[in-house]
Design a binder for this molecule. Sequence first.
Ligand code: PLP
Length: 377
Amino acid sequence: MKHSPVKVRFNDILAAYHEAAPQTIAAIARVLERGDFIMGRAVHDFEKEFAAYCGAQFCVGCSSGTTALHLALLAAGIGPGDEVITTPMTFIATSEAIGHAGAKVVFADIDRETLNLDPRAVEAAITPKTRAVIFVHLHGNPSGILEIAELCRRHGLLLIEDCAQAHGAFVAEKVNQLRHAGTFGRVGCFSFFPAKNLGAFGDAGAIITNDQQIALQARRLLNHGRQDKYLHLVEGFNYRLDTIQAAVLLLRLKSLSQSVLRRNGICVQYQEGLAGLPLTFQKLCYEGVHARHLFAIGVEQRDLLQKFLSEHGIETGIHYPIPLHLQPAYAHREFKQGQFPIAEKVAATTLSLPLYPQLPPEQVDYVIEKVRAFFGD
Ligand SMILES: Cc1ncc(COP(=O)(O)O)c(C=O)c1O
C-alpha cells in the first residue's frame, strides 16, 4: 500500500486532554497530594457520579471492561455447566469473560441493520443449559436491547449488557424518559479504555446494577475476596479501579453528554454527505441516543475503499475483520464458515470512518469528498 501523510486521523485521544489540560492535571495532583492511590476518594466519588449519570443504584469500579464482564458473570453465579449466548461480532473480551468464568460461549447471529444480536437467533440458540445472554451495544447502538430484555424475561435468563462502546447511549422508553444502556438487564459492564467515549489514561472499567447482592459480591471479588484487610471470604482478584484513573474519569464524565452530541453531529454530517452512495449505515431502531462510539459503513468494495482512503491520507478502521467464531482461539469448538452468515458478511464489508468529538468539520467534508470520488462522483 502506498503511504501518504496522514491528513485525517481515525481517532485522537489527546484532543480531549488538550481541551481540559489544566483541570486534568489538577485532578491528578489532588490524588498525588492525598496519596490515596488504592481505593481512594476519587474511586468512591466516580462510582457515585457514574451510577447517577446512568440512573443505576450501584456502580462498582474495576480495572477494565474485560474484568467488569468477568466480575458480572461471577457475581451473578455463572460458571461451569452454564451456557451464555452472545454475538460473534464484538471484541473478544466479551466471549473471553464467559470462558474465564468457566461457562460455555454460545454464539447467535446478528441483525443486518443494527449489527446487534438478532432476538430470533438468540431464541433459537437457547438450550436447557442457557443461563445468560450478553448483549453488546455495538458501536454505541442500543437497538435490540428492549426485545432481548423481553426475551430474557420470558425465558428466565439473566441479561448482562456489554456497554464498553455505549457510554451516553439511551433509549426513550417513554416520552421524556431516557434510560441509559446497561440498565435494561441485571448488570451493565463498561470499559474506560482511553479510546472509548469516556476514556481514562490507561485501563479502567465499571459495572452498574440495581441488584445489591451483585454489587456486594463484585466489590468483594475485585479486592481479593476481602471483608477486612486480612480477612478473605472467598478467593478473589486484584481487579481494582486505580484512583488516578478514577480522578480523570470523574472530570471527564462532566463533558460526556456534550462529547456524545458532538459525535452525533459528525455522524449526521457523514450521513448527509454520503447519501445516495451504495453504502449502508447502522440503524437506530428506537427514539433515543446512539452513543456513536464508531461510525461504521457497510460497503461491498471495503478493502479497495480502505486502500483508496489511505492513499489520500485518511485513516480508517475495521471492527471487526474476523468474527469471533472463526478466530483461532475458538478452533477447538469447530465452528463452521457460514455458520453465522450475517456476522461474516459484516466482517467482510464494514469500514469505520474517522470519528472523535474534536474532529474538524472540514476534515469530515474531506473524507466525504474522497468516499464520493471513490464511487466516481
Ligand atoms: C465490546 C467490548 N467489550 C469489552 C471490551 C473490553 O474492554 P477493556 O479493553 O477495557 O478490557 C471492549 C474494549 O476494548 C469492547 O469494545
